[in-house]
Design a protein. Structure first.
Length: 347
């Protein structure tokens, strides 16, 4: 498999946030900018400690949501995307980019064809993994201190309660703006452990009675099935997946999957999805041609990159069968945590 094909496989999982980490113009080791992201954050006053709130996600509704996604990029730049999310409440979704602005001061212009294609190919993964979700209520309670901002704020012309979930383990804060009436998550922000806001998504308009008759719904770009450890799984992947001896505290395994991209130039991926109730950690593996006769378990090379608070640690690890695997560890955790996960991979 070529490096370009490997990057396409990685990009399949990441959407627009970190898929370009190792592309030209985004060298390995680039760090997120410190740009301040705009957005309302509720009323003033003392924060109230609360239990995990009831949160429903936009794709669970019959809805059309216009929204703005902002991400701090390398060198202090702020990238802004205007998006349109449409859902039928029964599993059908479509996420389109309708505008792009390269900084906080510029107005939105039409998105480039390449950017539109990015959304077309990765929209399902962007909604599932990039967008904030209350993924597991028990882990969210165990791993976060939940606080409510007194009063309400207005998002997409709807009164919303604002909640802040602060990691008990130093993994930052997730802010959620939840519609008072429907409990729909209309906005969220990802704030790192230093208090720097790295990403913000804010609803601009909400239609709960849309005409979706002409919508072309998103189709999977991979054929996925649960990984069982069978010989059939290993034959499809072309290798036996490595295991991680270290997973950050509070994260539990949510899924283990075999992904077969419909693009036949991209090798199958083995994917493990972990979460701590809110944040996601992805560990993906692909078979590659080894760089040269290294003992099994040797980390042949490693590099990392961070954009908008999402980090990628990538490495090639020699296997016991004379082959090798490229491992991608992806998440909003500190890059040191991801590097430890990468370094703990074993046959």
């Amino acid at each position: 498999m070529s490096p370009a094909a490997g990057l396409r496989g990685l990009a399949l999982l990441l959407g627009t946030v970190a898929a370009g980490c190792f592309q030209a113009g985004n060298p390995a080791g680039a760090t997120a900018g410190q740009a301040a992201l705009s957005g309302q954050s509720g009323g003033g006053g003392r924060l109230l400690t609360v239990t995990v709130p009831d949160v429903q996600h936009p794709e669970e509704f019959l809805a059309r949501v216009t929204r703005e996604f902002q991400v701090a990029s390398g060198g202090g730049a702020l990238l802004r995307y205007r998006e349109l999310l449409q859902s039928d409440g029964q599993g059908g979704i479509r996420l389109d980019v309708t505008g792009f602005a390269p900084d906080a001061q510029s107005g939105f212009g039409p998105p480039a064809q390449e950017l539109q294609a990015t959304y077309e190919n990765r929209q399902r993964y962007m909604v599932k993994y990039r967008d904030a979700h209350l993924r597991d209520a028990l882990r969210a309670r165990q791993n976060y201190v939940w606080e409510e901002v007194p009063g309400t704020t207005t998002v997409a012309s709807r009164p919303c309660q604002v909640y802040r979930a602060r990691s008990r383990h130093g993994f930052g804060t997730v802010e959620m703006s939840v519609d008072v009436d429907s409990r729909m998550l209309l906005g969220w922000a990802l704030i790192d452990a230093q208090g720097t806001e790295q990403q913000r998504l804010q609803g601009a308009a909400l239609d709960l009675s849309p005409d979706l008759s002409n919508v072309v719904w998103s189709q999977p770009s991979t054929v996925d099935h649960p990984y069982t450890g069978s010989e059939l799984d290993h034959a499809q992947l072309g290798f036996r997946p490595l295991r991680a001896d270290y997973i950050p505290y509070g994260f539990g395994a949510a899924q283990r999957l075999v992904l077969q991209p419909l693009d036949t130039s991209v090798a199958p991926l083995y994917l493990e999805v972990y979460d701590d109730g809110l944040q996601v950690l992805l560990v993906a593996q692909q078979r590659v041609t080894p760089s040269g006769g290294q003992p099994a378990g040797t980390l042949v090379f490693a590099r990392n990159c961070t954009i908008g608070g999402i980090s990628v640690a990538e490495g090639e690890i020699a296997g016991s069968d004379g082959e090798a695997s490229t491992v991608y560890v992806v998440g909003s955790l500190p890059v040191d945590e991801l590097n430890v996960v990468l370094g703990s991979m074993r046959d």
